[in-house]
Design a binder for this molecule. Structure first.
Ligand code: HH2
Length: 265
């Protein structure tokens, strides 16, 4: 999943793809590099981010979405607002990626009427304060329980399990140790549903490498591969080409030569 942030304030690429034209070109480039899906976000949820209203979110999102839909690329929308979900689904978005796991009133109804995919993410607190003092008794049990409860709740209300992804929400109200515990014990999180992991360029990578945001590519790629090795089905990344290359080599090495076609030997 390639990240397309159409925000002025995202933590690593804010302001870079503000015009629909630049956003469209970046999306096309990520698809050419091997992204299977593009996740468009029009509101930053980085630690400390201030919420915006749905009018501003729609003003940023819709021109880009309208330009991307005709390309036929699977599109996910990173939003927690039902009005934004409805507008995006009405013009052809394929997936809703919700950092609040469809808990905002009206969110579930907004997706129920479409047959889109849904990613349910765990967050402790809200972006403006979530990193102040994250607290858990047992982070893996609590996040796993939350995700299982949300999966059951949305299934009871009519969303089939095969439309769902879950995400422990790396960096969303979690310390480095808690992030590492969640990725390390990924198979214990809602085992019936595929898991998405997003750690690209995040503070977790900075804490482990001592690198600033602009130098976190190798660490992010290493983290994505490790998450896949632990069982992640989808990785949400800024740097598609590097991640796809690493994944191709890693997979080939893990599988051995019998998996290669003749001309690749
Ligand atoms: N992380 C971010 C945003 N949305 N969605 C899911 N499912 N999982 C994540 O880990 C996740 C997410 C934050 O990253 P980014 O979009 O690069 O930054 P910002 O929120 O500042 O736009």
């Amino acid at each position: 999943m390639g990240i397309l942030n159409v925000t002025p304030d995202s933590f690593s690429d804010g302001g870079q793809y503000a015009s629909p034209d630049l956003a469209l070109r970046h999306a096309q480039q990520m698809v050419a590099e091997g992204a299977d899906m593009i996740d468009i976000g029009a509101e930053s949820t980085r630690p400390g981010a201030q919420p915006i209203d749905s009018t501003s979110e729609l003003r940023r999102l819709m021109p880009v979405l309208e330009a991307l839909v005709p390309l036929g690329v699977p599109i996910s929308i990173d939003t927690r607002r039902p009005e934004v979900m409805r507008a995006a689904l009405a013009i052809g978005a394929d997936c809703i990626n919700d950092v609040q796991a469809l808990q905002v009133e009206g969110a579930l109804d907004a997706v129920r009427e479409s047959n889109c995919a849904v990613c349910l993410m765990h967050m402790q607190g809200m972006p403006d304060t979530m990193q102040a003092a994250p607290q858990y008794r047992d982070v893996v049990t609590e996040v796993g329980q939350f995700l299982s409860d949300r999966v059951q709740a949305v299934q009871r209300l009519g969303l089939a399990a095969n439309r769902l992804l879950v995400d422990p929400g790396i960096g969303f109200g979690k310390t480095l140790e808690q992030n590492l515990a969640l990725i390390g014990r990924l198979s214990e999180l809602a085992p019936e549903v595929p898991v998405l992991i997003g750690l690209s360029r995040k503070r977790m990578v900075g804490d482990l490498t001592g690198r600033p945001i602009s130098e976190r590519l190798p660490g992010s790629v290493g983290g994505a591969l490790a998450a896949i090795a632990r069982g992640a089905a989808v990785v949400r990344v800024h740097d598609v080409a590097a991640t796809v290359d690493a994944l191709m080599v890693w997979r080939a090495v893990m599988s051995g030569p019998t998996e290669l076609r003749g001309n690749e030997r």
